[in-house]
Ligand binder design. Structure first.
Ligand SMILES: Cc1ncc(C[n+]2csc(CCOP(=O)(O)OP(=O)(O)O)c2C)c(N)n1
Ligand SMILES: [Mg+2]
Length: 620
């Protein structure tokens, strides 16, 4: 008999216990699924189950946290995960960190050692509230079980309060196990299925921003997570159409204006728009390394408007003419109303500037098609071929998860996102190994829709056992493993860059398809590019979780690799001492346009590489 089989009638007002209160509160607040691994938290999860909340039990907490993140991103509601004591919650640091970088309202409920063990080296002593502090937007330890309902409701509210983000609530064992008359702190649980709207923008600043957008000749909007989490897609589309402004959508907002729209600019060809714009609006999009912090050489010294979710998101490095803080969607609505008042004349036509979008898109697509055609007959599958096949096969309603370090960089520019929240990326932390857990969460959130996760064999090794979770819960996500037998982000260049070091590569030719056929997956072994499409099609049609083992070309590396390779080389000695294979790789990837970025990257990391050395790359 488990410790939960007390003779307490569930939900009676006279008699209850700490864990039961938590489950009841989750239900009252609209939670429909929880993700985790059992332990001290059991009593709360048991009650959640009894309340009809779906429970997905994992093989590793990390995957549960990533599932909660994907679920939260898909549904814009709390993704609740659970863990138990120190060895459990420490496995959740990576997902909580990833969620923070995507404003994802993940709620971690941790069952903790009892408080009499504090500081006593008791079994599994640990404090999630402390460990997660750098990443979580709010943490709390519910010491008095009479407050458990209050803090559970509070955690869900905090996660969803604008701007959203991950929170951590832990319950010491005594707080879960205590029982007696129901004297809970009174709470009126509210259904946490919609993010609480934040503030509106300052009307005077809104007016100024709209005026500048009307007057600009070549405006551009870069829109990020804020648009998505504030349900601002329709407003963004309406505004850009009204003002005829090209727009690039990023991160979870990618697709907020579908990338097939005449005003949508995507990553592969945004460069000329950024360089030539006379006004750039940064909309709900944080300054991070993903955009080089909006600094030269990629970003011009032009006029900027910043519309950010919170004060701390206003980036001080930009020459900003107007700064607005507020909830992105409502601010967009304010801007639309203001535009209608200010636009006396017929709609703006920026024919030449807007016309460039279609031209640039076509030129980029033609170039992509050439690149794909050039590698079609390769002996090993080139990631261009895999990216093209995935982009071709997916339904417009599919969810795509990025994991493989190398192959994802060859997929992203081939996709045309159709709706915000369609692409679930790794974001700021760029982990590997999150893909399986995220596939679980996405497929739970979007039943009946395609879910595809693109993994590397390295990342797959970190999380592969949770394919069993997909099987157990009959979640038919498709897991594509780009199997280059290598942690290629770093390891593939060993003999080129670190010839004296023992290889870190994986065993060659592992048949992941055979391993996971044993679990009941639909499996495919694909070693020729022309087999990709039929294999993907069979996988989606199988109605089962599918595992595709795609034999990939190890020589193809992520473009970031050249930056790292060059800096490491220069630090150690210089490129003259590199083996010829390493020099060849640097040459192959050392396009002149990237040199200044390479130099800046290494300067930020404490290494000064003379431009003359970098130019060597371009000249050879
Ligand atoms: C959790 C985690 N550990 C380590 C790294 C550092 N890292 C970046 S890329 C990479 C190799 C990834 O190999 P794989 O998943 O096989 O991807 P691919 O070969 O397709 O690039 C590693 C280890 C990381 N990003 N995340
Ligand atoms: Mg690999």
């Amino acid at each position: 008999m488990s410790e939960t089989s007390e003779t307490i009638a569930p939900g009676t007002p006279e008699n209850t216990y700490g864990g039961q209160v938590i489950g009841r509160t989750l239900k009252a607040c609209g939670v429909e699924h929880v993700f985790g691994v059992h332990g001290v938290i059991n009593l709360a999860i048991e009650e959640s189950n009894r309340q009809g909340i779906g429970m997905i039990h994992f093989r590793h907490e990390q995957s549960a946290g990533f599932a909660a993140d994907a679920y939260a991103r898909c549904l814009r509601k709390p993704g609740v995960c659970f863990s138990s004591t120190a060895p459990g919650f420490t496995n959740l640091v990576s997902p909580i960190a990833q969620a923070a970088g995507a404003l994802s309202p993940v709620v971690l409920l941790n069952g903790q050692h009892g408080i009499s063990g504090d500081g006593m080296s008791t079994i599994q002593e640990g404090y999630a509230t402390e460990v997660m502090k750098p990443f979580a937007k709010w943490t709390h330890r519910s010491l008095d079980w009479n407050q458990n309902a209050h803090w559970t409701a509070r955690a869900l509210t905090e996660a969803m309060q604008w701007p959203p983000g991950p929170v951590v609530l832990e319950f010491p064992r005594n707080s879960l196990n205590a029982k007696g008359p129901d004297r809970q702190q009174k709470v009126t649980p509210t259904d946490q299925r919609a993010i609480a709207p934040g503030s509106l923008g300052d009307p005077a600043a809104i007016e100024k921003a709209v005026q500048m957008l009307i007057e600009a000749e070549r405006p551009l909007i870069i829109a990020g997570d804020g648009v998505y989490w504030s349900q601002g897609e329709a407003a963004l589309r309406e505004l850009v159409e009204l003002l005829q402004v090209p727009v690039q959508t990023r991160r979870t907002a990618r697709g907020a204006v579908p990338e097939t729209h005449p005003l949508a600019v995507s990553g592969g060809y945004r460069g000329e728009f950024i360089r030539n714009a006379d006004l750039i609006v940064i909309l709900g999009h944080r300054a991070t390394w993903l955009d080089e912090w909006f600094e030269a050489p990629d970003w011009p010294d032009t006029k900027y408007i910043q519309i950010q979710p919170a004060d701390r998101d206003l980036w001080l490095g930009l020459p900003t003419k107007v700064a607005i803080v507020g909830s992105t969607g409502p601010v967009l609505r304010q801007m639309i109303a203001c535009t209608h008042m200010m636009l006396k004349a017929p709609p703006i036509a920026r024919t030449q500037w807007v016309g460039r979008v279609a031209e640039a898109r076509k030129a980029f697509k033609d170039k992509q098609a050439e690149r794909v055609a050039a590698v079609r007959g390769s002996a090993l599958i080139h990631p261009h071929s895999l990216g093209a096949a995935i982009a071709e096969i997916l339904d417009p309603s599919a969810t795509i998860i990025y994991d493989s370090f190398t192959a994802t960089s060859f997929l992203t520019d081939k996709l045309e996102a159709k709706f915000a929240g369609q692409i679930l990326d790794a974001g700021l932390h760029q982990p590997v190994g999150h893909g399986v857990g995220m596939a679980v969460g996405a497929q739970v959130a979007r039943p009946g829709k395609q879910v595809l996760t693109l993994m590397g064999d390295g990342g797959f090794g970190i999380s592969a056992m949770d394919v069993e979770t997909l099987v157990r819960y009959k979640l038919p996500a498709v897991v594509v493993v780009f199997n280059n037998s290598s942690w290629s982000g770093v390891a593939a260049g060993h003999d080129q860059f670190y010839p004296d070091m023992e290889s870190w590569d994986n065993l060659p030719g592992i048949r992941y398809d055979r391993m996971f056929a044993e679990l009941g997956c639909h499996t495919e072994h694909v070693d020729a590019a022309d087999q990709l499409l039929p294999a993907l099609e069979r996988s989606f049609n199988s109605g089962k979780p599918a595992l595709l083992n795609v034999v990939g070309d190890t020589d193809q590396v992520h473009p970031l690799r050249v930056r790292v390779g060059f800096g490491d080389t220069w630090t150690r000695d210089n490129f003259d001492s590199l083996p010829e294979s390493g020099r060849a790789e640097l040459k192959r990837n050392g396009a002149p346009a990237t040199l200044a970025r390479i130099q800046k990257f290494w300067r930020d990391n404490g290494v000064d590489i003379p431009m003359s050395d970098l130019e060597w790359l371009a000249q050879h």
